[in-house]
Design a protein around this ligand. Structure first.
Ligand SMILES: Nc1ncnc2c1ncn2[C@@H]1O[C@H](COP(=O)(O)OP(=O)(O)OP(=O)(O)O)[C@@H](O)[C@H]1O
Ligand SMILES: [Mg+2]
Length: 277
């Protein structure tokens, strides 16, 4: 196996005024090119963990390594260059009044030459399907389109890793699918390592691996099938089970011999197709 691109060892973080650690001894390796989903009820520490990966917070104990660089105040700049972040609210991420200027913002801050900025911004906007809106005002765009612009801004920095912290939470179902699909494509086609924090089980089932957090710790970890087959535990951690698992339970109740671990719509279609034949 190749070296982990994210390596956490007993990583912990406690906010100043808090009486408990928000992240409490997390050890985790993420492989280059992996699509990792992080789940967990409200307040379980997901966003705090995300901020550690981006050096927005520095671990108060243990270590976090991003592409070989240990997260610290001194290396924050290098860490952010390698690990980009897309947040929940698209409105809070847009800084300029013209789409292409917004995308160029990070590169300008880093003093990238303007010709190179032009090239990278065009490429990133094309990648997210927004090149034709380069001169538009972000305020005229839908939530999903704004998230795509935010993603383009991150892609233009060419990070090896992108952390999405509930980036689909404020979108309608179409925007949600669109933004999730984009993250998957960037992962598959560009090899960008993705950490996808979500409350949507339908997204988590499509990840390579799922981590469930509770009270700042990792409580479950494995492939989506491994994790979601612990139905009782998943429910007790404040999560839901994927829709297709509920449907297979109901269909079994109705007398159809459907396996209990059907996770995705595609799998269900295949099972039902076979059953019908
Ligand atoms: N700035 C802060 N100051 C003090 N405590 C904080 C701060 N931000 C978060 N916390 C606390 O840290 C814990 C973890 O919060 P965090 O935001 O990481 O959870 P989360 O899993 O992202 O939750 P959500 O699903 O609601 O986004 C919670 O108890 C929260 O109240
Ligand atoms: Mg959060």
């Amino acid at each position: 196996m190749s070296e982990a691109i994210l390596r956490l060892r007993d990583a912990a973080f406690q906010y100043e005024d808090a009486d408990a650690r928000a992240v409490d001894g997390v050890s985790l390796d993420v492989a280059p090119g992996e699509f990792l989903a992080i789940l967990g009820r409200n307040g379980s520490g997901k966003s705090t963990l995300a901020r550690l990966l981006n050096a927005l917070l520095i671990p108060s104990a243990g270590s976090v390594e991003v592409d070989g660089i240990e997260v610290s105040e001194q290396r924050a700049y290098d860490v952010r260059e390698r690990c980009g972040m897309v947040f929940q609210n698209p409105d809070n991420q847009i800084v300029a009044t013209v789409v292409e200027e917004d995308c160029a913002f990070g590169l300008e801050n880093r003093g990238v030459p303007s010709k190179e900025i032009r090239r990278r911004v065009d490429e990133a906007l094309r990648e997210v399907g927004m090149l034709d809106r380069a001169l538009a005002s972000p305020s005229m765009l839908s939530g999903g389109q704004k998230q795509r612009i935010a993603i383009a801004g991150v892609l233009a920095m060419r990070p090896k890793i992108i952390v999405f912290d509930e980036s689909t939470a404020m979108l309608d179902p179409v925007g949600r699918k669109d933004v999730f699909g984009l993250a998957r494509r960037v992962n598959r086609e560009e090899g960008v390592t993705v950490v996808w924090i979500t409350h949507f089980m339908e997204e988590a089932v499509q990840a390579d691996r799922v981590v469930v957090m509770d009270k700042g710790k990792i409580e479950l970890e494995g492939t989506p099938r491994e994790v979601f087959s612990n139905v009782t535990e998943v429910l007790s951690l404040g999560l839901d089970v994927p829709e297709m698992m509920k449907l297979s339970r109901d269909l079994r109740g109705a007398g159809l011999e459907i396996p209990l671990d059907v996770l995705t719509v595609d799998e269900m279609a295949e099972v039902l197709g076979k059953w019908q034949a």
